[in-house]
Design a binder for this molecule. Structure first.
Ligand SMILES: Cc1cc2nc3c(=O)[nH]c(=O)nc-3n(C[C@H](O)[C@H](O)[C@H](O)COP(=O)(O)O)c2cc1C
Length: 188
């Protein structure tokens, strides 16, 4: 999502978020999705927590809601090919892990190799806003690759072929249309 249309008159047009991939496993099924609305959610070092804002329409969300856990990966600058793999299509239509090297966490969740870091998260609480659900999750295990440079949205989009960039921007527009109806649930 380039954000050029969505945020053109907003201070958020000035942001350049890190690209994350959330992976999940439930009922023998794996999936993952791109996410940028991710942030740390506590100052208490021995109780690390994150906040994630997710669409309940995504297939990944179905698995996360079923299992209560997910792995959060911060992509490295050279992993821009993972943006369309995990952010353009739904895992309902294809196996997003096909041809990708993964390993498993102790609890069986898929971990993508080569990232700046990953964290296994267990959902603590959530807030339903209609179009999105805000999750607060405890980090139960994590690994960091020191010195790794994260992939950010502007650079990730610039690295895509023109046709892929157009498809990503069109999906962003269509998802926004879809979400408008769900947001109305909270209007009255
Ligand atoms: C740059 C970018 C950022 C995104 N950020 C989020 C996000 O923060 N939360 C979210 O729910 N979806 C986000 N998405 C959308 C999902 O990654 C996308 O809809 C994905 O295809 C869902 O796949 P799934 O149905 O297999 O779960 C983002 C997509 C892109 C390209």
């Amino acid at each position: 999502m380039s954000g050029t249309e969505t945020y053109s008159r907003s201070m958020f047009s000035l942001t350049n978020h890190e690209i994350f991939v959330l992976t999940a496993h439930h009922d023998g099924r794996d999936n993952g999705q791109v996410a940028t609305w991710i942030m740390p959610a506590t100052l208490v070092p021995e109780r690390p927590r994150i906040a994630a804002i997710l669409s309940p329409r995504n297939y990944t969300h179905e698995l996360i809601a079923g299992d209560g856990r997910f792995i959060l990966h911060m992509l490295a600058a050279d992993q821009h090919e993972l943006l369309p793999r995990f952010g353009l299509h739904s895992g309902r239509d294809r196996d997003k892990f096909d041809g990708l090297t993964i390993r498993r966490s102790a609890t069986g969740l898929p971990i993508i190799e080569g990232c700046c870091g990953w964290a296994e998260c267990r959902i603590l609480t959530s807030l339903d806003a209609g179009d999105r659900i805000v999750y607060i999750a405890d980090i139960v295990e994590q690994e960091l690759r020191p010195g790794c440079i994260p992939l950010r949205k502007q650079e990730a989009f610039a690295a895509q072929p023109e046709d892929v960039r157009i498809l990503l921007e069109e999906k962003h527009r269509v998802d926004g249309e879809r979400d408008r109806a769900f947001m109305k649930t909270f209007d009255e």
